[in-house]
Design a protein. Structure first.
Length: 255
């Protein structure tokens, strides 16, 4: 495979050299996967299946099923900081929600990371709840980021802690020499962004200006994005990827 890569390398011009340097720089970002501390593919698949089952149970208003998905002393922290402790109390919280509201839950997992602080895997992503109240038919629409600390008990995954947080959405745009080469470099940097706290991203170019690329991304917090964007290695990587000039950054307010 190395011979094929070197053959391809010889066919490229100086732009390819800079992209190769970028690849070497970003290779270090793949250490995020080593931080999963012996996470196997089966672990990841099982947690993904768990998330799908949670979604089904919630939307079916299966309280017994939901309660079994939490450890006995699990903790749930809402986006406003309200804390609920115990699987039975969390199930009671859901029960009241189902009595008062008719809602649908959507989950968009972004990945799994190892948390040294929690000594466990943390499954994270975004959520959206929409529907209406049973009384007065008031519309409900909430969204944010979720972080589930996953614990395996008797070969079954359960949630030991759930933290909900507001989403931070950021738009970055800048000029590029070649969008195709920049797009390749951007994809190579996904593990580094994920490790830094990115939840999702989409990219493209302006319709009337194909030399202006944009990134719309969601982050765990504004502080995590700012720390990532201030990294001098990122500035070097962007330059090698063909970014021209200083990027423009806009933090969106969903209110």
């Amino acid at each position: 495979m190395m011979q094929k890569f070197m053959t391809l390398y010889k066919l490229k011009n100086s732009n390819m050299k800079s992209l190769f340097s970028l690849m070497v720089l970003l290779a270090g970002s793949f250490t995020v996967f080593s931080n999963l501390q012996a996470q196997s593919i089966s672990d990841e698949l099982e947690i993904q299946a768990f998330t799908r089952n949670f979604l089904v149970a919630y939307n079916a208003q299966d309280l017994a099923g939901l309660q079994k998905m939490y450890t006995e002393y699990a903790v749930r922290i809402d986006a406003d900081g309200k804390e609920t402790t115990g699987a039975d109390q969390i199930a009671d919280y859901f029960s009241k929600q189902f009595i008062n509201n008719n809602t649908t839950l959507l989950l968009k997992p972004s990945g799994i990371v190892w948390s040294d602080a929690e000594h466990a895997f943390v499954a994270r992503g975004t959520y959206e709840i929409f529907g209406n109240t049973h009384v007065y038919d008031i519309k409900i629409h909430e969204s944010g980021a979720y972080f589930n600390t996953m614990i395996k008990e008797k070969d079954e995954w359960k949630i030991g802690k759930t933290v909900l947080a507001p989403l931070v959405k950021v738009v970055v745009y800048h000029k590029v020499k070649d969008f195709t080469e920049w797009k390749w470099a951007f994809k190579m940097g996904q593990p580094m962004r994920f490790s830094a706290g990115e939840l999702s991203s989409e990219i493209g170019v302006l319709r009337d200006d194909p030399t202006t690329a944009y990134v719309i991304s969601e982050w765990i917090s504004l502080e995590r994005f700012q720390a990532y964007f201030a990294n001098p290695d990122l500035a070097k990587a962007m330059q090698e990827a063909g970014v021209i000039g200083k990027p423009t950054v806009m933090v969106l307010d969903g209110e």
